[in-house]
Design a protein around this ligand. Structure first.
Ligand code: UDX
Length: 476
């Protein structure tokens, strides 16, 4: 029997920038199609979003789009810096959030017809199972990361993990189907480097990865054109996969189709964006600037920041550098402020800011290259903007993403495991000057493929339609 109201979908992301971004974009995509949405933020992030964004005003345009908040399980006065969110997965905080979710789902009106949760919140599957609510997991990191993580137990059994010393780092992996030709031990997600596979984080990743395939379906932020072979492999274990990426580009495409180009896009940001960099970019020639930014979690030593800085300064390119507050760890207790003040004297060549309006920057005509930590959102945003990349991966999926960029898509270079000014200088010159046309052409072709995938009739566009219809069906 048809319901007399629209389907109600509850979104529940891991409360970190890189996980929330694709989730809120999918929530908006479903709202555009008339769904009722409840988007669950942690109390902490909700306050920051209200402070730094126009969230309330933006989502007011969608009748039935509501935000609610939930505990992340940690005390209110917890500093929540660095890798703080890993603490959420400890037993006591996880149970606290699980109980809050259960209470919320029992009491919410109208009832929730379908849950879309971060694939790292496995406890939500237990709650959904108990209450009989359909649940879809959204794994926000890359398909290659998902697939290698799924195969960790097999790699352990085959003796490929743990990696038995540095001499094995360049050996090709053999146990992960579909990844035998390009991926070395060095390119596995960073947690695969743990000396002991009983490591708590390794166990957590394996547990959550194996558990999320029990959901009704799995959503991945990619396109068939970008990750087709790996998606085919994943479908052997998890038949119902929706590849609906790059989700930032898909949202733009759908919004433009419905409302035209003048629609203001929502910037889901947990830091204050410094838009002054756009005026600086406006003054630079086309494709002359390297944009250097390392996401929302990466931290680095003063020495590493100095190497990166000199690599950029000594190159033949201008640059825009983002140094997120509190992201530099000084052994002597000094942070990044003195370095930033020193660097900022050289404004002609380089411009430094705390936090960028990243999508606007990547789509600015002055940008010719992207020095990135290879977080999956940044990677896809770079792909969609057609910008070649220099990858300096920090942790988790970034090690495997950077290999995809350099060896599978061939739209950039991988500076994995080194931080050396000379190497960076050479890579920046390769991407921005010496091999500029080669990389620019490859990146433009990749951007064209993604554009096709998110346009009417394209693979991601159609996969989203299928997801929409399937959720409606689940809600009957
Ligand atoms: C984390 C993991 O590190 C990443 O590998 C995983 O895929 C998702 O979770 P993060 O490190 O923050 O995310 O990187 P990324 O995935 O690139 O997400 C960062 C987001 O913040 C991007 O959407 C980016 O546009 C945005 N951002 C970053 C800004 O808007 N401004 C900035 O200055 C920096």
């Amino acid at each position: 029997m048809e319901k007399d109201r629209s389907s109600h979908v509850l979104f529940f992301p891991v409360p970190s920038q890189g996980h929330m971004n694709p989730m809120i974009k999918l929530a908006e995509l479903l709202a555009l199609s008339g769904f009722r949405i409840t988007f669950l933020n942690s109390h902490h992030n909700h306050e920051r979003l209200l402070k730094f964004t126009n969230m309330a005003a933006h989502f007011e345009r969608y009748p039935g789009f509501e935000f609610d908040t939930i505990t992340d399980g940690l005390p209110r006065d917890h500093p929540r810096t660095g890798h703080w969110f890993l603490e959420m997965y400890e037993e006591a905080p996880e149970m606290k959030t699980k109980h809050s979710l259960r209470d919320m789902l029992v009491n919410i009106s109208p009832p929730v017809d379908c849950l879309i949760v971060d694939a790292f919140l496995g406890f939500a599957l237990d709650v959904a199972g108990e209450l009989g609510i359909p649940i879809i997991c959204f794994r926000t990191s890359s398909p290659c990361c998902f697939w290698t993580s799924y195969y960790i137990p097999d790699m352990i059994q085959a003796g490929e993990l743990p990696i038995n010393g540095s001499e094995y780092m360049d050996r090709l992996i053999t146990t992960v189907p579909g990844m035998e030709t390009h991926f070395r031990c060095r390119d596995l997600p960073s947690y695969c480097r743990a000396p002991d596979m009983e490591d708590a984080f390794v166990k957590l990743v394996v547990k959550q990865t194996r558990k999320c395939v029990q959901a009704n379906a799995l959503i991945l932020n990619t396109a068939e054109e970008l990750d087709g072979p790996i998606l085919s492999q994943i479908r052997t274990r998890c038949p119902n996969v929706y590849a609906i990426g790059p989700i930032n580009a898909l949202l733009k495409s759908r919004v433009n189709a419905k409302h035209g180009q003048s629609y203001d896009h929502f910037s889901n940001t947990l830091w204050q964006e410094d838009k002054s960099c756009i005026s600086w970019l406006d003054k630079q020639p086309d494709r002359s600037v390297t944009y250097a930014c390392f996401g929302s979690i990466t931290s680095m030593s003063r020495e590493q920041l100095i190497e990166l800085w000199y690599g950029l300064v000594n190159s033949k390119s201008k640059f825009l550098l983002v140094v997120r507050p509190n992201s530099v760890i000084g052994e002597d207790g000094e942070g990044e402020d003195d370095l930033k003040a020193h660097f900022n004297k050289n404004k002609d060549q380089g411009y430094i800011i705390d936090w960028a309006p990243q999508e606007a920057v990547l789509n600015h005509p002055a940008i010719g290259g992207f020095l990135t930590h290879s977080g999956w959102n940044s990677t896809l945003e770079g792909v969609a903007a057609g910008v070649p990349m220099i990858c300096w991966p920090y942790f988790a999926d970034q090690q495997v993403n950077s290999r995809v960029v350099s060896e599978v898509w061939k739209i950039g270079l991988d500076m994995k495991d080194v931080c050396d000014r000379k190497i960076l200088e050479k890579m920046v010159n390769d991407v921005m000057v010496d091999r500029k046309e080669e990389f620019a052409k490859a990146a433009a072709e990749m951007a064209k493929l993604t554009y096709q995938s998110v346009s009417v009739g394209g693979s991601s566009y159609c996969n989203l339609d299928r997801l929409i219809e399937d959720i409606k069906e689940m809600s009957l």
